[in-house]
Design a binder for this molecule. Structure first.
Ligand code: NAD
Length: 234
């Protein structure tokens, strides 16, 4: 079957083989920290220095020459180029905050949970590219009275970026592919159902099965199953 409107949702699993750890497979700890400490506004309020430091380490990791897009990121970039050239529509929604899809060359990316290489003005909401360490001493240049900058990460309890665009793309998809996500974090976890209700074929590519609801599932490391699946589509 020829698919015209393809939406891909990715999670931490696609970057695991690039050396970036996921958290769901480590008992809810992200790099040994409870999520409530490093991924909630309350955690930031309680201990801002811990949170700045946590994301500084994650951001610094992206500059490590060993951390680079893997074959799964690359095949998605190739697929996008080819699918668009054939007149198709493509949207890559990622929950990841790393920059590996961008580096692989995908163009139509929605980084719905923010980006490590960006800092956010907590007053205006303006995002600024940021590749070095960020601390409580860094202030924005957008407000009349400079305001503190924070990691540009959508924490639990906050509203993801471009949520309307995500839902529009998912509701119009005829193929929805979920890659390397545990399906535990809403609203992204609800996209599959929206796609299915709209009549899309739904596919899961993961190390292990996360739910029975997908129409098709292929299980194994992303560098194998994602490459196989998209190579067959091209
Ligand atoms: P998760 O950690 O909850 O789940 C990871 C999923 O990836 C699991 O289902 C696991 O089976 C699968 N997986 C692990 N290794 C894999 C591999 N080699 N190939 C294929 N699948 C593999 O991840 P999530 O669902 O994305 O939710 C985590 C949240 O934490 C996200 O919102 C994200 O913003 C954040 N996070 C991001 C990164 C990143 O940017 N790389 C890393 C950790 C956490």
């Amino acid at each position: 079957m020829e698919f015209k409107r393809v939406v891909v949702l990715t999670g931490a699993g696609i970057s695991a083989e690039s050396g970036i750890r996921t958290f769901r497979d480590q008992n809810g700890l992200w790099e040994d920290h409870p999520i409530e400490d490093v991924a909630t506004p309350e955690g930031f309020h309680r201990n801002p220095n811990l949170v700045y430091q946590f994301y500084n380490l994650r951001r610094a990791q992206l500059l490590d020459s060993n951390v680079k897009p893997n074959a799964a990121h690359q095949v998605l970039a190739e697929f996008e180029t080819e699918h668009i050239a054939r007149g198709g529509h493509f949207t890559l929604i990622t929950q990841n905050v790393d920059n590996l899809h961008q580096r692989a060359g995908n163009q139509r990316i929605i980084p719905m949970h923010g980006q490590l290489q960006s800092a956010l003005c907590s007053v205006s909401g303006l995002s600024t590219p940021w590749t070095s360490d960020l601390t409580a001493e860094h202030y924005c240049q957008c407000c009349a009275t400079p305001s503190p900058l924070r990691p540009d990460i959508v924490w639990f309890g906050e509203v993801p970026y471009q949520l309307d665009d995500c839902f529009d793309a998912v509701a119009q998809a005829d193929l929805f592919v979920s890659i390397g996500t545990s399906g535990k974090v809403y609203p992204a976890a609800g996209f599959m159902q929206v796609a299915q209700e709209a009549g899309a074929e739904t596919v899961e590519l993961n190390l292990e099965k996360t739910s029975n609801a997908f129409d098709q599932g292929y299980y194994g490391p992303a560098t194998e199953v994602v490459v196989d699946f998209f190579s067959r589509l091209m």
